[in-house]
Design a protein around this ligand. Structure first.
Ligand SMILES: NC(=O)C1=CN([C@@H]2O[C@H](COP(=O)(O)OP(=O)(O)OC[C@H]3O[C@@H](n4cnc5c(N)ncnc54)[C@H](OP(=O)(O)O)[C@@H]3O)[C@@H](O)[C@H]2O)C=CC1
Ligand SMILES: [Mg+2]
Length: 328
């Protein structure tokens, strides 16, 4: 932790660490993944010499390597960076050329995959790192100018901040939006909903952005009231997660109850395509589905991947229900 902090503060030390680092490649925010023998996917990690060789081979400037952004440290104490080889106006004027994604895929024996799909097939241990990398790359792309002064901003070598010529410092976490995600139960069933943009058959817990001045409990209650017209009580915090979409959300997961006498749903069709109550049996079967459904074999209920906090809330609810059934 201390070493990573030093890399954030000292550009020279960071530039030196980059020479010995592992680099995860992205193309226009899609990570480069490789299929493993077990059928799962993992991120392709290159050494900086491999990246330099690739840049040379594909006719790009070697200085592009310096556009890499620090993301962390592996369990083997290897410093990790990410680099977007797509068109990237966050790092003008030089080095913003785009590498041919197909040529990179061929050279690295991988494929650039949309992260939302990738989360269904990635190893659980890698998903948070790729989510963080994507969020940081997106932040650089959208933070080229200072919102207060309109002046261009420059990054530090680690990519953990940008500074405008007037000295204003921009930090990635300042753009993170808190979101309440709430699994509602009536004691027997849980409430799941789908947005039109979800993959076919997928249902998730209700979620919504916190408004200024609200507590987590207030956001959770308001979102449930707005989206399905129910009044919740006993909102209890469970766990949190960074989620890279749409511009980095800080997901605050909670459970809540409604009275079994007041479970009639009035779905806000502007936000949701559908919302339904699901039994423990429905949820138990759905939790056993792994990966992406095969074409033509869509399960009746399909849940967000394990890497998503919604899956954890649903799993917790199912375990709690099984526990209460056993306990009589
Ligand atoms: N990890 C997980 O398990 C899950 C994560 N999520 C995530 O939770 C987030 C919120 O869920 P969602 O139901 O969409 O939220 P909401 O119910 O709040 O609805 C989204 C609407 O909120 C507006 N909005 C308000 N504040 C913001 C903000 N700070 N950033 C972006 N949009 C804002 C948007 O407006 P406009 O469109 O006009 O910009 C959009 O119309 C999403 O990012 C979603 O991906 C959701 C479910 C599961
Ligand atoms: Mg919502």
């Amino acid at each position: 932790t201390r070493y990573l902090n030093r890399l954030k503060q000292d550009d020279d030390v960071c530039a030196e660490a980059l020479q010995r680092a592992q680099i995860l490649l992205f193309h226009r925010l899609s990570p480069l993944l490789q299929q493993t023998e077990r059928g799962t996917f993992r991120a392709v990690a290159l050494t900086s010499s491999e990246v330099l060789a690739l840049l040379e081979r594909l006719g790009s400037d070697r200085t592009k390597l310096k556009e890499s952004v620090l993301i962390g440290c592996s369990e083997q104490d290897q410093v990790q960076f990410c680099l977007d080889v797509g068109k990237n106006s966050a790092f003008p004027p030089a080095g913003s050329g785009e590498l041919d994604p197909v040529a990179v895929e061929e050279a690295c024996d991988g494929a650039f995959v949309d992260l939302k799909k990738g989360l269904f097939v990635l190893r659980t241990s890698e998903a948070p790192l790729l989510a963080k990398a994507q969020a940081l790359l997106r932040w650089h792309h959208t933070s080229r100018f200072c919102a207060a002064t309109g002046q261009p901003t420059c990054r530090n070598q680690a990519g953990t901040q940008r500074v405008s010529s007037s000295g204003s410092v921009l930090l990635p976490s300042a753009q993170m939006s808190p979101v309440a995600i709430v699994l509602v139960s009536d004691g027997q069933r849980c409430l799941l909903a789908r947005q039109p943009a979800f993959p076919p058959g997928m249902y998730s817990a209700l979620a919504g952005f916190c408004e200024l001045g609200e507590s987590l409990e207030e956001t959770a209650s308001r979102e449930v009231a707005e989206e399905v017209g129910l009044e919740v009580h006993s909102v209890s915090y469970s766990c949190s997660q960074h989620w890279p979409f749409p511009h980095s959300s800080f997901m605050l997961g909670c459970h809540a109850l409604v009275s079994p006498a007041h479970t009639q749903l009035h779905v806000d069709q502007a936000e949701l395509e559908d919302a339904r109550w699901f039994s423990l049996q429905d949820v138990t079967s759905a939790l056993q589905v792994r990966g992406l459904p095969q074409r033509g074999h869509a399960p009746p209920l399909w849940l967000p991947p394990k890497q998503a906090i919604a899956n954890r809330l649903i799993t917790e609810w199912a375990e709690h229900q099984r526990g209460s059934q056993k306990g009589g």
